[in-house]
Design a protein around this ligand. Structure first.
Ligand code: GTP
Ligand code: MG
Length: 281
């Protein structure tokens, strides 16, 4: 496992809400800026604007993908009366983070090269209840017409040596800007709650030991990954068993469904009348 593999987490612990924009220049930068020739200053301002516009496109791409995920989440719970998505978080890499990664990867510091070589500028993490849900969400996202799948890594079927499990997708979505369309890559990590629990602990331990984790801890982590997987399998089996049990439908119970509660009474009445007319009842 390379330090790079943890970079997304390290740069933005907890995947905070996305932000973008260039604040005021730091004092030493402002002093250096004052010493530049007008031409150099112009070039630097143009480069900064280019980077800001570049990152902005990723923010829009991220928002588009987040909307897609949230639509699936809401629609799924409405149609299936069950929510496969427990939690969604996202993060946008900072310009410094992008440049640091480009330097580490030996990528030229130009936006065209960065666009081609760095795939995780925009990142989404989806936590699901059960293993089957991770694949369901993956398939639903991958089958959308405007989503191009660039890369799929199935670390659930093929866990990493240390025990890490997750589904990783790199997808590309079109972002319609005022003067052009940009195709923006977004990294999506899909995992269960147990896998997520394991990954955040492993990540903390990795950084605590600066990457040099003692063998005993590595062994324990691998054990913990096996236990987490056993829990996932057991919970999924229980869930399937319970889903097979007959349950009273909303019509048979006195409790109205929350979706129906949200519809104003007059609208419901009109809808019932309309359905009655159409079906002749
Ligand atoms: P780069 O984007 O160049 O790093 O490509 P890669 O092939 O190393 O990416 P990969 O799909 O393997 O991992 C992408 C992200 O998944 C990382 O930035 C982490 O957030 C997460 N990840 C990958 N491996 C591990 C791991 O062993 N432990 C934890 N906690 N997270 C991991
Ligand atoms: Mg990465």
């Amino acid at each position: 496992m390379s330090a790079d593999a943890h970079e997304a987490d390290r740069l933005s612990p907890g995947f905070p809400p996305p932000t973008v924009g260039s604040g005021p220049l730091a004092e030493p930068v402002a002093q250096s800026f004052a010493r530049l020739s007008p031409d150099q200053r112009g070039a630097l301002v143009a480069a900064r604007d280019e980077l800001t516009r570049f990152v902005m496109a990723y923010q829009f791409g991220l928002e588009e993908m987040l909307t897609k995920v949230n639509i699936l989440k809401d629609e799924f719970s409405y149609v299936h009366d069950y929510n496969p998505i427990e939690h969604v978080s996202s993060r946008l890499k900072s310009p410094e983070g992008i440049l640091a990664k480009a330097v580490r990867k030996g990528c030229p510091l130009r936006v065209d090269a960065i666009r081609e070589q760095i795939f995780d500028i925009a990142g989404i993490r989806i936590t699901c209840s059960f293993i089957a849900d991770t694949y369901t969400i993956r398939d639903m996202l991958m089958s959308q017409e405007d989503v191009t799948v660039v890369e799929v890594k199935d670390y659930i079927a093929h866990p990493k040596e240390n025990g890490y499990k997750s589904l990783h997708l790199i997808v590309q979505v079109p972002v319609f800007l005022s003067d052009r369309v940009e195709h923006v890559k977004v990294e999506i990590q899909i995992r269960t709650i147990a896998m997520d629990f394991w990954a955040s602990l492993e990540h903390k331990i990795y950084y605590k030991y600066d990457g040099d984790v003692p063998q005993t801890l590595l062994d324990e982590l691998r054990d913990a990954a096996t236990v987490a997987n056993r829990l996932d399998v057991k919970m999924e089996r229980l869930h399937q068993e319970v889903s097979r049990l007959p349950h009273a439908s909303a019509a048979e119970t006195s409790e109205p469904s929350s979706a129906l509660e949200a519809v104003p009474a007059e609208l419901l009445q009109t809808l019932f009348q309309q359905i009655g007319r159409e079906t002749g009842t």
